[in-house]
Design a protein around this ligand. Structure first.
Ligand code: FDA
Length: 305
């Protein structure tokens, strides 16, 4: 119920104006978003890499409705990648939302823009991962992924355990050289396509993890859930995956002490670092995830008072 309300608010421009101007907002945003500028993203990346972590950078932008906006997003990624090439690759890669590159109104444009970003990532010695958005975009995103992989085989996919189709998508993508990030899923989805209870989503996550960890690809286990992380560690032992053959991923500002614990254990841990001024949708999805996350945000607000 609460999740639905917050996800509905994430699409409301009125609530966006309210949240954007609230007194506590700046401090909360700063904890979960590296900043508005490329320099902020690079600073956060340098700090994480110095702490032994890998990074994937996301330039925030979702309400892309014109080719000019889509091309501006592409250009920001190209500029970012050329700066990452100066010492921060391959530890840092980029995550891209196809909707920010034009997918909602011109799939060919989104593909062309993504291809330009993949070529720049190749030149910079790193990779691109395509974020996954709501279920209406899954087929289009996987189609574009397949085309991109012909020239850029390191391009990564994201699969969402809450979707009923995902176990089968994992089987399709668990092949040699295939990088797959497995997450629970962050959008409001109907029962026809998605598991609705946390228990069902967790069980699906474990089934999908089993497929990926026993397969030939490179699994990227994206979760903050202590139980799923423990199962991931167990599967790594079971399937003989040493730390270079899979990784854990978490979001910037969430469970940093757990990220460091896993680094200390010798695992590869990649932090997803969002930056840019279009932080609203991202922040609301984090708020919607779990009551535990709401409490976390509440503490963030109170500790700054
Ligand atoms: P969940 O939110 O259920 O939390 C499980 C447990 O983790 C909690 O009970 C608590 O113990 C712990 N926990 C969670 N948050 C905490 C906090 N703030 N502080 C302390 N403990 C906390 N989604 C999507 O749809 N498309 C995408 O492309 C991506 N990409 C992506 C990349 C990366 C690197 C990550 C980590 C996540 C995504 N996601 C995503 C988001 C994902 O789908 C999901 O919404 C969030 O990761 C939250 O799910 P968890 O697995 O963390 O579990």
């Amino acid at each position: 119920m609460l999740r639905s309300v917050i996800l509905a608010a994430s699409r409301s421009s009125q609530v966006e104006r309210l949240v954007a101007t609230a007194p506590f907002t700046r401090d909360v945003v700063r904890r979960f978003v590296a900043g508005a500028a490329t320099d902020d993203a690079l600073r956060a990346t340098r700090e994480l890499v110095a702490d032994g972590q890998a990074v994937t950078l996301d330039y925030l932008g979702e309400d892309t409705t014109t080719p000019e906006q889509a091309n501006a997003t592409r250009d920001e990624y190209l500029a970012l990648l050329s700066r990452l090439a100066a010492g921060l690759t391959p530890a840092a890669e980029v995550s891209v939302k196809l909707s920010a590159l034009g997918q909602m109104f011109d799939e060919q444009l989104a593909y062309d823009n993504a291809r330009a970003i993949c070529a720049a990532a190749d030149a910079a010695g790193t990779t691109v991962t395509l974020d996954m958005e709501d279920h209406t975009t899954t087929d289009s995103t996987l189609d574009i992924l397949a085309k991109l992989r012909k020239d850029h085989p390191g391009t990564g996919a994201v699969l969402q355990a809450y979707l009923r189709r995902t176990e089968s998508d994992c089987r399709e993508l668990a092949s040699a050289g295939s990088r797959v990030r497995l997450c629970k899923g962050a959008y409001k989805e109907p029962e026809s396509v998605a598991y609705q209870s946390a228990r069902e989503v967790d069980k699906s996550y474990v089934r999908c993890m089993n497929v990926l960890m026993s397969g030939d690809g490179y699994p990227m286990l994206a979760t903050h859930d202590p139980r799923l992380i423990a199962i991931g560690e167990d599967r790594a032992r079971w399937f003989d995956r040493d730390p270079g053959r899979f990784e854990f991923q978490m979001l910037y500002g969430i469970r940093p002490e757990e990220q460091q614990r896993l680094v200390g254990e010798g695992y590869t841990v990649r932090t997803y670092v969002p930056y840019g001024d279009q932080w609203y949708g991202y922040l609301m999805r984090r708020l919607a995830e779990r009551p535990a996350n709401l409490a976390f945000f509440g503490r963030a607000v109170l500790s700054k008072k």
